[in-house]
Design a protein. Structure first.
Ligand code: PGU
Length: 407
């Protein structure tokens, strides 16, 4: 008799973004003729850069020839791309070995899958608020109890608040896995080197592992801020880093990411090389490698010309962020983030919950955003606006907010 994984029933709600899409669809069904401006999900909108398109097309053309055809690749990805990723890190002063780089089909699968190489009784610490995948993947695996008052039992929440600049204090208890996202989704805050050093020191002392999601690293314009945790000395012994081509190169639909699992990592019951080998074993069993076509696109994205073109895209989205933030501050709302990240983290007006603000913004302004509560209990009272959008759509959204939002 087959039985279900009952941990799924612990999940407090549906996955956040489909839930928002559903509520938006319901609103549109009830309000015929209305169009909405979508600043909800962080999904890129601008077309691929020419250098990437050429990289993809050349690979497709090659696959149509006997010489250029390739079948299954290594689950860790093609070496030139792994090397290009390692070289990218060199560019900002971090030492990453090509052999520690795994190419994947995106940061979301990696951030959900990585927990599988750790013990089932690991104590998990998450920034609160956080990208929901870190929590949900551990709930599904059974590392938490039930959800009570918006918190899962057994999970260590590290509040990120206005008071601590949206970067958490180091846990006072012993935890085993620590998820850190910088630039942060949803708060837009970027951890400083000193802040990361505090966590690296903690992790080395307690043989904990940091899972560092740097999916938005390309949005850092302030050169004093770290783009990788490996800019911190000793991080290769205690940190895994996950990143993506999604936001940097517009690959949200194309799909490509990478995960760095250094051979130098050490845990309580495994010395150097152990976690590295386990991740290789996991990927070889569950994954047949990222698409060869897409990897060629990734290689083009990391070429000097590709980096220049992608950099322009990133600047375009950061300009959107500035436009949105200026508008919100102009109507008297308090905002954070948006300077080195594509998200603006806004305080909801006094007495209005984040889901109430979602409804208010949708009904009054026809603008879709993301309620902070969807990212964890400390997200209540906040609202996320995404800077991904066509300029025309962003301008329409800000005009509507200025004219129609009743505060
Ligand atoms: N990591 C973080 C921190 C993210 O915010 C996102 C996307 C990803 C990883 C996903 O990267 P991929 O390489 O594309 O897999 N966050 C978006 C999209 C929502 C989602 O469910 O992934 C967001 O709006 O938060």
């Amino acid at each position: 008799m087959a039985r279900i994984n009952s941990n799924y029933s612990k999940l407090a709600a549906g996955y956040l973004f489909p839930e928002i899409a559903k509520r938006t669809r319901e609103f549109l069904a009830q309000n015929e003729g209305v169009t909405v401006m979508r600043l909800g999900i962080g999904d890129t909108t601008e077309h691929l850069c020419p250098t990437i398109v050429k990289g993809l097309q050349d690979e497709v053309a090659g696959l149509g020839t006997s010489d250029g055809y390739s079948g299954y690749g290594n689950s860790e990805g093609i070496d030139p791309l792994r090397q290009a990723v390692a070289d990218l890190y060199k560019g900002f002063g971090a030492e990453v070995k090509m052999s520690d780089v795994w190419i994947s089909d995106g940061a979301k699968p990696d951030s959900a899958n990585i927990q599988s190489i750790f013990s089932a009784d690991s104590v998990i610490a998450v920034q609160d608020p956080a990208y929901p995948v870190y929590v949900d993947s551990n709930v599904i695996t059974g590392r938490t109890g039930e959800s009570k008052d918006g918190c899962y039992e057994g999970l260590v929440y590290m509040p990120c608040t206005e008071e601590n600049g949206f970067f958490p204090e180091i846990p006072s208890e012993k935890v085993d896995l620590i998820y850190i996202c910088s630039p942060n989704n949803p708060t837009g805050a970027v951890a400083t080197k000193e802040q990361l050093k505090g966590f690296v020191d903690y992790a080395r002392k307690h043989k904990a592992i940091i899972i560092y999601d740097s999916a938005y690293a390309a949005f850092i314009t302030d050169d004093s801020l770290p783009r990788s945790i490996y800019e911190i000395e000793g991080a290769e012994t205690c940190a895994i880093e996950i990143n993506s081509f999604s936001k940097y190169a517009g690959f949200t639909g194309v799909r490509l990411g990478w995960c760095i699992v250094p051979a130098a990592l050490e845990v309580e019951d495994g010395g150097a090389g152990k976690l590295h080998a386990l991740w290789g074993r996991r990927q070889n069993t569950f994954f047949n490698g990222a698409s060869n076509i897409v990897q060629a696109g990734g290689l083009a994205a990391l070429s000097p010309e590709g980096q220049k073109e992608c950099g322009e895209l990133v600047s375009f989205y950061l300009e959107n962020a500035r436009i949105i933030k200026d508008c919100l501050e102009g109507v008297g709302l308090t905002c954070f983030g948006g300077d080195n990240a594509p998200y603006i983290w806004m305080k909801t007006p006094e007495g209005i919950t984040s889901w109430e603000f979602f409804d208010k913004l949708l009904t009054e302004c026809h603008v879709v955003g993301t309620p902070g509560a969807g990212f964890g209990p400390s997200g209540e009272g906040y609202f996320r606006l995404s800077a991904f959008g066509h300029r025309e759509n962003v301008l329409k959204a800000v005009e509507s907010i200025k004219s129609n939002l009743k505060l």
